[in-house]
Write a protein that binds this ligand. Sequence first.
Ligand code: ATP
Length: 315
Amino acid sequence: MDSYSLSAAAKINLYLEIVGDRPDGYHELVMVMQSVGLADRVTVRRLGAHEIRLRCDHPEVPSDASNLAYRAAALLHQRFPKVMTQQGGVEITIQKNIPVGAGLAGGSANAAAVLVGLDMLWQLGLTQIELQTLAAELGSDIPFCIAGGTAIATGRGEQIDTLHGLDGLYVVLAKSPTLSVSTPWAYKSYRQAFADNYLDVATASQTRKAQLHASPMMAAIAHQDGPAIGQHLYNDLEKVVLPAHPDVKAMKTTLASCGGLGTLMSGSGPTLFTLTASQAAAEGIVQQMRSHYSEAELGLWVAPLLPSSLQLLES
Ligand code: ATP
């Protein structure tokens, strides 16, 4: 085959807790991640020339070596130096649907799709574990984007325990096209405000993970209990992002008043989501939100919770 096209889905965080500072400078996290049906299309196509090229249809996304998807291809080339001579180079094409800088891991999803697509194109025969290990070198969210579905993520987010998938639930995603939140800023602000509460990660991270496993959120996920999941949504980063961004806070209040099962900011924001029990309920919430915000003020998407992140569309 000379080309593979994959759908690369966004993620939301159903739960995000910051445990403390790690010796490597990252934060130790305990999270529940979930793939949702808002996806980019990523194509890897064999090139005669021994090089990596990238095209993306979104003006804010770089098309050079700084693009995470480019870096994924460069990492594989570095690890398998002979592969381009044997198999040819690659042109990566990204059609963006996931909003950029939104806390939805769009760049990470693209990088995961390139790792999996190139594993097929270059016939590398990598296992899921090998792909996730390479992914962790590129970025903390990328191993989850390879695994997809519903998972507990710990460490800096790269250690993934897959959970039984959630079926039949939907989200309304809401993001202002003009607002963005820098992820490094959000974590830095959290450290400044809450470092006194940080736990010693050497001893506490396993305990917090075990406590999450025994928590009402995990029981709700195990029972596919949408209303209970909605009740236990949690994100530590809301404590710094919402006070600093009153517009996002106001949007959250409005979204939460529309009758979903629960409303939360995803990752470092500014995207908000409301969980619903059906597509019809999600579409009803979109209609209500449209009486408060125009399309120019707020992007709204209805998306199912997905059992995986990557899907082969065409080869
Ligand atoms: P996360 O939730 O993992 O913090 P995010 O959803 O907030 O990520 P992204 O959309 O992944 O943010 O992009 C963040 C920045 O990374 C953007 O400003 C963009 O310029 C850069 N970037 C690099 N590669 C990509 C890519 N393939 N897609 C989107 N953005 C990319």
